[in-house]
Design a protein around this ligand. Structure first.
Ligand code: BTN
Length: 246
């Protein structure tokens, strides 16, 4: 991952750019990385936008070809990628890096980065996967509309060389991806859980406009979040539940 690296000065979204190359049948090796110094229409999960200060942060997309995965198993890929990113950042920033379900990267209640995985399928099989990763690195301040954001700079008060960090992250992702390919899904899940934000802690959630208290007990194979309340254990998908963080 990252051997074939393309750096762009500016692009709408590295995910859109890479998806277009793939749909136009441009032959690209697995592990190709498209990185942009600036993204003017960065995309996040659930149709959100992704904002980042030009030149300060990491915005990149990786092409993987997980043809060994069925679309139904895509959460295994989500787990592997978020684990790779969390391990790389822990290596850099030490303890405190968490994965907020399903694949946000957090540090102390603050969002350090996010991942947007877009799979292309052929029948029931995934044939190409565009893994978009945005991480706040050298940005010192965030606008008021991003009250939950943080950056490595805010944590460690120093600047990082973006390309060096990128290669560290790619190395960790590749290592976990190879384990996934070798069928080590259960192991990866355990390690993912060890990074899971709020695991076994009582937290507040909102679902269907109702707030409630519950304890995250884990995730299902399909990636649903399991929350135990006084009444029962519930399973939620992404659109159904919101984690309330102060
Ligand atoms: C999220 O937290 O909602 C996911 C954010 C993903 C942002 C990255 S930046 C590189 C890639 N290109 C995009 O347009 N989005 C992803």
């Amino acid at each position: 991952v990252g051997q074939n690296l393309v750096t762009l000065k500016e692009v709408d979204s590295t995910n859109t750019f890479l998806k277009n190359l793939v749909s136009n049948s441009k032959p690209l090796p697995e592990g190709t990385v498209i990185m942009a110094e600036n993204q003017y229409a960065g995309r996040g999960q659930q149709q959100n936008r992704w904002f980042t200060e030009a030149g300060k942060n990491l915005s990149f997309s990786i092409l993987l070809k997980p043809t060994f995965l069925l679309l139904n198993d895509q959460f295994a890929l989500t787990q592997a990628i978020s684990l790779g990113v969390a391990k790389a950042l822990s290596y850099v920033a030490g303890e405190g890096i968490k994965i907020k379900w399903p694949n946000d990267i957090y540090y102390n209640n603050r969002k350090l980065g996010g991942i947007l995985i877009e799979n292309m399928v052929q029948g029931a099989q995934i044939n190409n996967s565009v893994i978009g990763i945005g991480l706040n690195i050298n940005q010192e301040q965030f606008p008021d509309y991003l009250p939950h954001a943080t950056s490595l700079w805010q944590i460690l008060h120093r600047d990082y060389e973006l390309k060096a960090l990128l290669s560290e992250i790619c190395g960790h992702i590749e290592a976990v991806y190879l384990r996934l390919k070798a069928g080590k899904v259960a192991e990866i899940k355990q390690e993912y859980l060890s990074f899971l934000f709020g695991l076994n802690e009582t937290r507040r959630f909102r679902s269907n406009e109702k707030e409630f208290e519950g304890r995250i007990t884990g995730v299902t194979e399909r990636g649903l979040l399991k929350i135990q309340t006084d009444e029962a254990e519930y399973e939620y998908n992404l659109k159904e539940v919101e984690f309330l963080i102060n």
